[in-house]
Design a protein around this ligand. Structure first.
Ligand code: GLN
Length: 538
């Protein structure tokens, strides 16, 4: 049977529960155990698919088509295990499921309540779809004390009791702040947070203290005493210089060892930290740099393109260069400024996006990349904009547009009303916004002698999608005649998946999101090749 590790947070959010969970997963895997990571989110949206990236950061997409919290991206990048639909749930989804069941009369006339019906559904999620794993790490979103997270905390308390406490471990991550004015480290917020957790029935087994400096022994002792946790299990995590250092830092603090000790398990292998050391070294010590412009709508919020930023950075590892991300707001990008703003840029990337705002700036930047031989990568919306730019300026189809933002023009990008995925019809024109896109992993066939085939080194690829609109295949001949090749297609040949330009050093558009599959220990070939081209661009 799997052992369960529950990770809660205290004092403030954004302390890095996701990164801590992901690092722990790597360390346990490296010691020879099979690990799976899960996230329970307390908000009421049924999934994060309809949330603005401004508010909540990127929506991460899994192979099986779930739109999930961006923490699942961290999990995948560190553990290399592909997440699934069954790895992320929200309060909204839980209530949705319970209420649907209630409407069907499945509760046999009983009063439906938070305890036991909501908590039972949470427990079902925690246990669901797992068999061979040695550890399941479940992160609870938000912090202890939030009204929203109460049912989750109650559910994990019950769960630990159900499976016997020795099979469940509670980790609590808190902030230990330093006060400059009094030159002191404060343990009180941690004490309060643990008190809060204990008041709802959970005694943490391990406390991870996030701090900007090392926590002296006497303070650790204090935390141990007041929070009733053995001193060995009061673990510090001092701010790291790069996230890739986190597994190294948790190993030094013996987090994985404490976890195994708790479960009375032995290490099967010794931990291999060399890949992380190598990456950290590249990030901290590489002098050579390339500037990549990301031109999009959500550049103000750092997490909005999380996987993309990561994938570009990974591309740098393969080429031993540091990738500087220059974020440019497409709405503010004036035609007259393009030349000056893109002066020191070696590669231009247009990420995924929705809606009309900012499209003008994107199209102009693409034109600039095309004409000036600057390496260009268009992702999803970025590829669609590249098609529009080419149609307008090279095919002389001045009314070329996407029906997403202009219903009257010539739809070189348009909706196909029905998709058939796994036997299930997905309607692109459905009035419901949630879950109505082409989502998840789909195959694409790559054309012989194309640049993409050379990059991937194979002819059939699988990539993750998240979009409603498609490039209209009927224009293919027109485009190809002028040198824009549809070099990747869906296996039935109906949907353009990849485009590339002949007579350009590196110009590729992809309808999918390769960034979701890039991992620091195995960078995605498209990003490695893009960064290589940028490195060679003078
Ligand atoms: N808005 C476009 C579509 O729905 C592109 C989506 C995206 O970039 N992920 O097709």
């Amino acid at each position: 049977m799997a052992r369960y590790i529950f990770v809660t947070g205290g004092v403030v959010s954004s302390l890095g529960k996701g990164l801590s969970s992901a690092s722990l997963a790597y360390l346990l895997q490296s010691r020879g155990y099979k690990v799976r990571l899960r996230k329970l989110d307390p908000y009421l949206n049924v999934d994060p698919g309809t949330m603005s990236p401004f508010q909540h950061g990127e929506v991460f997409v899994t192979d099986d088509g779930a739109e999930t919290d961006l923490d699942l991206g961290h999990y995948e990048r560190f553990s290399q295990v592909s997440a699934k639909k069954s790895d992320n749930i929200t309060t909204g989804k839980i209530y949705n499921d319970v209420l649907k069941k209630e409407r069907k009369g499945k509760y046999l006339g009983k009063t439906v309540q938070v305890i036991p019906h909501i908590t039972d559904r949470i427990k079902e999620f925690i246990k669901n779809d797992s068999s061979k794993e040695d550890f399941i790490i479940c992160e609870i979103g938000g912090i202890v004390g939030d009204i929203e997270s109460l049912p989750f905390v109650e559910a994990i308390r019950q769960f630990a009791n159900d499976i016997k406490k020795k099979n469940a471990l509670f980790i609590h991550l808190t902030l230990v702040p330093y006060l400059k004015s009094s030159d002191e480290i404060k343990t009180k917020p941690t004490q309060h947070s643990v008190k809060e957790l204990r008041s709802i029935g959970i005694q943490p087994d391990i406390i991870i203290c996030r701090s900007d400096r090392s926590i002296p022994l006497e303070h650790r002792k204090k935390i141990s005493l007041f929070c009733n946790v053995h001193i060995n299990n009061v673990i510090e995590t001092v701010d790291v210089r790069t996230i890739y250092e986190a597994p190294i830092s948790f190993f030094k603090e013996k987090l994985d060892k404490r976890v195994l000790d708790y479960f009375k398990l032995r290490s099967k292998k010794s931990v291999n930290l060399s890949p992380w050391k190598k990456i950290t070294n590249i990030i901290l010590n590489t002098k050579k740099q390339v500037n990549i412009a990301i031109i999009g709508k959500y550049v103000d919020l750092k997490d909005a393109y999380k996987s993309l930023d990561e994938a570009l950075t990974h591309g740098g590892f393969d080429n031993k260069v540091k990738v500087n991300l220059v974020r440019i707001d497409s709405e503010q990008l004036k035609i007259s400024e393009i030349k000056s703003k893109l002066k020191n840029i070696s590669g231009i990337l247009i990420p995924g996006g929705f809606g009309k705002r900012g499209t003008k700036g994107k199209i102009e930047a693409i034109k600039f990349a095309r004409k000036n031989n600057i390496p260009f990568l268009g992702i999803c919306y970025g590829m669609q904009m590249a098609i529009i730019e080419f149609a307008r300026n090279k095919l002389n189809l001045k009314r070329a547009t996407s029906s997403e933002f202009d219903k009257k023009g010539l739809p070189v990008i348009g909706l196909i009303n029905e998709w058939n995925k796994d036997g299930k019809i997905i309607k692109g024109t459905d009035k419901n916004l949630g879950g109505t896109m082409r989502l998840g992993s789909y195959d694409a066939k790559l054309q012989d002698h194309s640049l993409v085939k050379k990059i991937y080194g194979k002819s059939l690829i699988k990539e993750r999608h998240r979009h409603r609109y498609e490039v209209n295949i009927n224009f293919r001949e027109k485009f190809e005649k002028k040198g824009l090749i549809f070099s990747g297609l869906s296996p039935d040949g109906k949907l353009p998946e990849i485009i590339e330009l002949n007579n350009h050093p590196w110009f590729i558009g992809v309808q999918f999101h390769p960034e979701f599959k890039s991992r620091p220990l195995s960078p995605h070939p498209l990003f490695s090749s893009f960064i290589k081209a940028a490195k060679n661009h003078k």
